[in-house]
Design a protein around this ligand. Structure first.
Ligand code: SF4
Length: 383
């Protein structure tokens, strides 16, 4: 059984116009105050969710590569003392590929980080400027090189299906990206999220998002090219050499327990959902007042858990085991997946079923949201 710990570092140097993550820009950050508060939030979580040793730790954000390595080191020491570390623990940190942060990589590796996920996002200056990134292409690639020297495992993100993006351009960009030889790639289509600067720009007709057909073609090409080079998609947007998958993210997608600390972090432990205060200052106040940053905990019914597990699991190429999930949540198999609809979509080539295991095919993945609405019965959705 996996047990994962997520630590949220909510600060960035600037807000990217497409980003709807819980990230904030502040003139200064009191590292000593944040260290004390994160350690307290962690200790409180470990008391409620002790037990098995951790199989993964993930520093997400925000921009955790801006954290002082000494802070990362103290958080890891504390996590190990509180839970213990499983052998081969995966310790990932999300980072930006700027020269300032690259200078931090050696210290972060020495602190125990063994996997890094870099927000490269594009390989040319014009696109990086459009995406509001602070690094240029040369700086990003130099940082990637440093990361490949410093960390055992490296992944990076690219954003495709941008306004005006062509299939040929993406093919060339992805070929270059694959040649860097990392074992993992996260390849996301640009989506316009509510409340972002890009959403305002689209509303004001400053640019038009790429149309669905062109995006779908790029999605198919992405799967073809990564697969041909031995990094098939194991999730909608994530591609890895076998064995190089993000074990931490697999914990979410396989609906296993995880603890989440820091502003806005979510957790799932033994059928209980936890949510931390989202705004950094509110989270700090809560930790000062009650020793933890929890805004809300609530019990999830078997149906609610089954619904979440289906939503997560069907993102994976491996799909979900309906039999074991039905047993886990005390529900009949047909409550999780409509057998008639499954048979229909199997015939259409959009879903598959092998014994108790079901999933969405390559052709079905671009239509995942619509398929989830069809395959997962309405009673479960309404739970
Ligand atoms: S660096 Fe990452 S988290 Fe921060 S604003 Fe940009 S996309 Fe969001």
């Amino acid at each position: 059984m996996a047990r994962a710990l997520y630590i949220h570092w909510p600060f960035c140097l600037a807000k990217c116009p497409y980003c709807d993550f819980n990230s904030h820009v502040r003139e200064s950050v009191d590292h000593a105050q944040w260290e004390g508060a994160l350690l307290a939030d962690m200790a409180c979580e470990a008391e409620a969710a002790g037990g098995e040793p951790l199989t993964s730790v993930f520093f997400g954000g925000g921009t955790p590569s801006l954290m002082p390595p000494s802070l990362v080191s103290r958080l890891l020491e504390s996590a190990e003392r509180l839970w213990g570390f499983a052998p081969e623990i995966e310790i990932t940190l999300e980072g930006n590929p700027s020269s300032v942060e690259a200078a931090n990589y050696a210290g972060l590796a020495a602190a125990g980080v063994n996997r890094v996920s870099l927000g490269l996002q594009a390989l040319d200056d014009e696109t990086l400027l459009f995406l509001g990134r602070l690094h240029d292409a040369a700086e990003g690639l130099a940082a990637l090189e440093v990361a490949q020297r410093q960390f055992e495992r490296v992944s990076f993100d690219l954003i495709y299906a941008r306004p005006g993006h062509t299939l040929d351009q993406w093919q060339a960009e992805l070929s270059r990206a694959l040649a860097f030889g990392t074992g993992h790639l996260s390849l996301y289509q640009l989506t316009i999220e509510l409340g972002t600067r890009f959403a305002t720009m689209v509303r004001q007709k400053e640019f038009e998002p790429l149309d669905d057909d062109a995006s779908a073609e790029m999605f198919a090409l992405t799967r073809e090219m990564t697969s041909a080079l031995g990094l098939p998609a194991y999730e909608v947007s994530n591609h890895a050499r076998p064995g190089e998958e993000s074990r931490h993210n697999l914990t979410y997608w396989r609906y296993q327990d995880y603890c989440g600390i820091g502003p806005g972090a979510h957790g799932r432990r033994g059928g209980i959902a936890t949510v931390r205060h989202r705004k950094p200052e509110n989270w700090l106040k809560s930790v000062a007042a009650s020793g933890n940053g929890i805004a809300e905990t609530h019990d999830l019914s078997g149906k609610e858990q089954a619904f979440e597990a289906m939503l997560m699991g069907l993102r994976l190429a491996e799909g979900v085991d309906i039999g074991s999930m039905a047993m886990r949540f005390g529900l009949p198999g047909q409550a999780l997946c409509d057998p008639d609809k499954l048979a229909f979509y199997e015939q259409q080539g959009l879903a598959w079923c092998r014994g108790e295991r079901i999933g969405v095919t390559e052709q079905g993945m671009p239509l995942l949201d619509a398929l989830l609405g069809e395959l997962v019965p309405a009673e479960l959705v309404a739970a």
